[in-house]
Design a protein. Structure first.
Lengths: 286, 286
């Protein structure tokens, strides 16, 4: 109890030093998944201690909750099933992931995509005829499916276009799996940008439209929402850029150097999701 | 004959419009290999028409000749053997490639390299004990050996260092093989820079030291040398940045858009190496 109070003082200090006690006006919470709820890896991965209960408490508090993830190694349905197997209270319609946004861009422009994505994510793109000659590239976190052959095939699609279209499902640098850090989609996006001399269009975090879509879905204003994530730039910086508060957890890919980042300053740091929920619910109940 | 004269007028025009008739004062020629002498690909690859004879004519003209390549898919000795099999007059001591420069950097700083290079290039690094825990990364054109696993292993070495050292043997975007364009080392260098938040140290073209080393080896001044290459930025731009003239061939990775590049303007364009040698020897004989 005493420990809680001390922590509360620390986070309060950070929050109020930014000019307003925003946590008492909170109406909705956006949660990142990987590195906040669980660490991916062998099998279904491993839940982060206290996170299963934290989600349960948040959802029964009356606060609205959405899950905002750049996960693109599998379909949205597969991700939900996996998290439910791990014990999380999560439903398909609460999950915002970049694949639908990528599909929308391709559909609107009447393009034919080359999918540089994880084989398990391909079903999210079933509306497209993949037999047609591709004229754009959609890149996701393909992990070990990032082979030279597939990257080069994507490069050849891009270099063959006058105005290459590269749609990237996120631009993360790396994420944490149970056995260590893993290069994320952003690295391979950067490789293709360099190769083809083009600039990717990023869907998912940190794109403003992605966060605002999730907030709108909760029927609330950005200033009444907080994003809780482990990725300083994509979760916290992205949320803050559209007026949503951002709290960084010290789990997942968090690194001590994040606390002295030159440009992105979270509205609060917490050890993990459980601690974030402790604070938010205390303020919310007041 | 008539065709030659017309061409000569065109190239003369380009050359003299830059203020001096440099080709008459020429003492040495630097030749790129891939895309100028031959196109790599299946087997030993394919010589570019007229190039075998062009090298022969250059070498018997009295002009000094060095081969300046960023080739890092094999050892220098293997490359020379391959080119000799194809019919080129080339010797080991005439070839400048980035591996010796990379070794020198690693050696001087007493580092232990993780080699993200083509398996056939590993013997160039035999002076290092690869069993030691690595504390830097040397990246070359690993081609299909650029797997996710190996890139991620390199990333983990870099992210584990306070000041990550990434030594890149060139920074080319792509090159041409007989069956199409191939992503070059620069793309994967960019991926690792993005992942680890660091900046690579590039050895090989377009590093000034690389060109100046080759010119010094010929015992001449930069202004009396010309670089002939297919890579506008790395061959031509790199050479020009140290006072060496640069002529681009329309073979290899040349693309028509190179002729209107916003910043790099070659001292001449030619259809191929044979045509370049025609002009240079005509002027040299005058």
């Amino acid at each position: 109890m005493r420990r809680c109070v001390t922590h509360k003082l620390i986070i309060k200090l950070i929050m109020t030093s930014r000019g307003d006690d925003w946590s008492s006006n909170l109406q909705g919470v956006l949660l990142d998944i990987s590195g906040v709820l669980y660490d991916s890896g062998e099998g279904d991965g491993t839940p982060i201690a206290g996170s299963i209960d934290a989600v349960k408490r948040l959802k029964s508090s009356g606060l609205k909750v959405r899950f905002c993830t750049n996960e693109s190694q599998c379909t949205r349905q597969y991700l939900v099933d996996k998290l439910r197997r791990l014990g999380f209270d999560i439903n398909l319609n609460e999950v915002f992931s970049p694949a639908p946004a990528a599909c929308q861009l391709v559909r609107e422009r009447k393009l034919h995509p080359y999918l540089l994505v994880h084989p398990d994510a391909v079903p999210d793109f079933s509306e497209f005829d993949l037999e047609l000659t591709p004229d754009c590239v959609v890149i996701g976190d393909a992990a070990v499916s990032f082979t030279y052959e597939r990257l080069n095939a994507a490069f050849r699609v891009l270099i063959g276009q006058e105005n290459p279209v590269l749609i990237s499902m996120g631009k993360g640098r790396y994420y944490k799996e149970t056995d260590g850090l893993m290069m994320d989609v952003g690295c391979f996006m950067a490789a293709l940008e360099y190769a083809a001399g083009c600039k990717a269009e990023v869907v998912g975090k940190p794109a403003k439209g992605f966060f605002l879509g999730a907030v709108k879905d909760m029927g609330i204003q950005p200033q009444h929402a907080v994003m809780i994530g482990d990725d300083l730039v994509n979760d916290i910086g992205g949320a803050q850029s559209c007026g949503i508060k951002g709290v960084q957890v010290r789990t997942g890919k968090f690194r001590p150097s994040d606390e002295s980042h030159p440009t992105v300053k979270p509205d609060g740091f917490v050890d993990n999701l459980a601690q974030a929920v402790d604070f938010l619910l205390k303020d919310h109940a007041q």
